[in-house]
Design a protein around this ligand. Structure first.
Ligand SMILES: Nc1nc2c(ncn2[C@@H]2O[C@H](COP(=O)(O)OP(=O)(O)OP(=O)(O)O)[C@@H](O)[C@H]2O)c(=O)[nH]1
Ligand SMILES: [Mg+2]
Length: 203
């Protein structure tokens, strides 16, 4: 994937604040601090296009990024971070669920899981919720650089078992630090977003 342009478009909480361009969208979901913004940056080769932080709870709004003026990558706020305010916890659910349920140009959801840990209860709930609503789903494990080769394989098997992912293409192991798996993630994204008159722009 050749990135000719990657730009922040807007932040939104409610549906009427979403961009009105009809570009196909790919959204990134996962627990706070799992590496959603870092993966997005690595995909587009821009260091801090989406802001990242060592402290969970960095991304608090739905952030839309336009890629090659033909595709939106959507950075969603993370779940499972207890230390945000009660008000923020209460708005997270409707904000993210409304987006995932109602956004008609949403083509693919990438769910991020930390390769070092067992999927949390919320990871499993989100996974089941997405499957229930029939949203095309790709599971991506993050921070592979923090594990040895043997540990990676073991953790991948465990996560596949826990989330009942049998198809080989259902999970990709990545590292935003090292660039592992980035090309594979693009291949999946392109397979869900390319069709249509704008397809040539994505090449
Ligand atoms: N070693 C390593 N660290 C990573 C990787 N991806 C992300 N991190 C680190 O993990 C921390 C959180 O990354 P973010 O990308 O901000 O996480 P997020 O999921 O966007 O978090 P929220 O915005 O809070 O939901 C940062 O300190 C990143 O540098 C990776 O592949 N390898
Ligand atoms: Mg973030």
């Amino acid at each position: 994937m050749i990135i000719r342009s990657a730009e922040f478009v807007t932040s939104a909480v409610r549906a009427e604040q979403y961009p009105t361009t009809g570009f196909p969208e790919v959204a990134f979901v996962g627990r706070s601090n799992v590496g959603k913004s870092s993966l997005l940056n690595k995909l587009v080769n821009r260091r801090q296009l989406a802001r990242t932080s060592g402290h969970p709870g960095k991304t608090q709004l739905i952030n839309f990024f336009s890629i090659n003026e033909s595709l939106h990558l959507v950075d969603l706020p993370g779940y499972g971070y207890a230390r945000v305010s009660k008000q923020q916890q209460a708005t997270w659910g409707p904000m993210v669920e409304t987006y995932l349920q109602r956004r008609s140009q949403l083509r693919l959801v990438v769910q991020l899981i930390d390769l070092r840990h067992e999927p949390s209860r919320e990871d499993k709930q989100m996974n089941e919720w997405l499957r229930h609503f029939g949203v095309p789903l790709l599971v991506v494990t993050t921070k592979a650089d923090k594990l040895s080769r043997t540990e990676r394989d073991k953790q991948e098997r465990m996560i596949r078992r826990e989330l009942q992912l049998s198809a080989p293409e259902a999970l990709i192991v990545t590292s935003a630090g090292k660039g592992t798996g980035i090309e594979d993630v693009w291949n999946v994204i392109e397979s869900y977003t390319v069709p249509g008159p704008e397809s040539a722009l994505l090449k």
